[in-house]
Design a protein around this ligand. Structure first.
Ligand code: GUN
Length: 293
């Protein structure tokens, strides 16, 4: 369908750009290297890290995954991160969330050196994003959504962007990106969350609607202005007795009902997911580039 905002296609274009950057780095004797740290055996995290490893290999980025047992102490994890921070051959460090409950994610993400923080979770990178300083790393999912919007062929400045969800990984940084004083932003941004009254009414005023609150098929046809750009960040597992293993994945958008109204819409899967991975690879190439601020 011609109104699909195809994350697979757009991510392939970005990955080709990144592969080229990697070969230029290789020619200068630099081998970009990304280290994944996984704690425990969360099945979704295994799948996600596996997909990221595969893309890295395709683009010529070296990757290494360190798996620690579920019962790992925070001290042990921090000590590993300290070693990786000091290792000149490690350019990017990604500690996959969620972490077991004995570990405080905030402390862990603060311990990653800001210039190896390809997730963009360190307060220094979060602060740079808020300030509009381009030298930091932007979290991969909102960066990927922004790139989808930039390459959608639609005009972004002046749009009313409505973001559903206020999390630190997607909602907040997404808002920061779109309110930026820049030709690829300049949006009026509204952030809605679980305590927002009249969400449906606000959504109907959106030119750009970004659903990232983790509620299965929350956005229905009656909440979308005809012609709006609709981006579905959600990945929700719901029970389905007819599915192979009794469950299936759905987004935050009721796709079939919304696709007929939307000016552009991301499929899910195949929308935001591949873009997130592409942004991680781009951040890693950036981390390996000498002289970056
Ligand atoms: N778990 C789910 N999304 C993410 C992400 O963007 N980064 C990390 N490190 N873990 C995640």
């Amino acid at each position: 369908m011609e109104n699909l905002l195809d994350g697979r296609k757009i991510s392939a274009e970005i990955n080709a750009e990144t592969a080229q950057r990697v070969s230029q780095l290789n020619a200068r004797g630099i081998s970009p290297c990304l280290v994944f740290v996984r704690v425990g055996e969360d099945p979704a995290s295994r799948v996600y890290v596996g997909m990221k490893e595969k893309t890295a290999a395709k683009l010529g980025i070296i990757s290494r995954t360190i798996v620690l047992p579920e019962e790992t102490s925070q001290e042990t994890l921090l000590s590993l991160i300290k070693d990786l921070n000091a290792d000149p051959e490690t350019h990017g460090i990604l500690v996959q969330a969620p972490l077991p409950k004995q570990i405080d994610e905030t402390i862990v993400y603060r311990s990653v050196l800001p210039n190896k923080d390809v997730d963009g979770f360190h307060p220094e990178n979060v602060g740079k994003l808020m300030l509009g300083e381009s030298s930091g790393f932007v979290p991969c999912t909102p960066a990927g959504v922004h790139e989808l919007l930039r390459r959608s062929g639609k005009t972004i400045p002046g749009s009313h962007a409505v973001i559903l969800g206020r999390g630190n990984i997607v909602g907040k940084p997404m808002a920061a990106l779109l309110i930026q004083k820049a030709d690829d932003a300049n949006c009026t941004v509204t952030v809605c969350h679980s305590r927002t009254p009249n969400i449906a009414e606000i959504c109907r005023t959106a030119d750009i609607l970004i659903a990232a609150m983790g509620v299965p098929e929350f956005v229905t046809g009656d909440m979308v202005k005809p012609g709006a750009i609709v981006i579905d960040v959600g990945v929700n597992r719901i029970e389905d007795p007819n599915a192979k293993n009794g469950a299936r994945l759905v987004g935050d958008v009721a796709f079939e009902a919304v696709r007929t109204l939307a000016g552009k819409i991301t499929p899910n899967p195949g929308g935001v997911g591949p873009m997130t991975i592409a942004m991680l690879m781009r951040n890693t190439a950036q981390a390996a580039t000498p002289g970056r601020a």
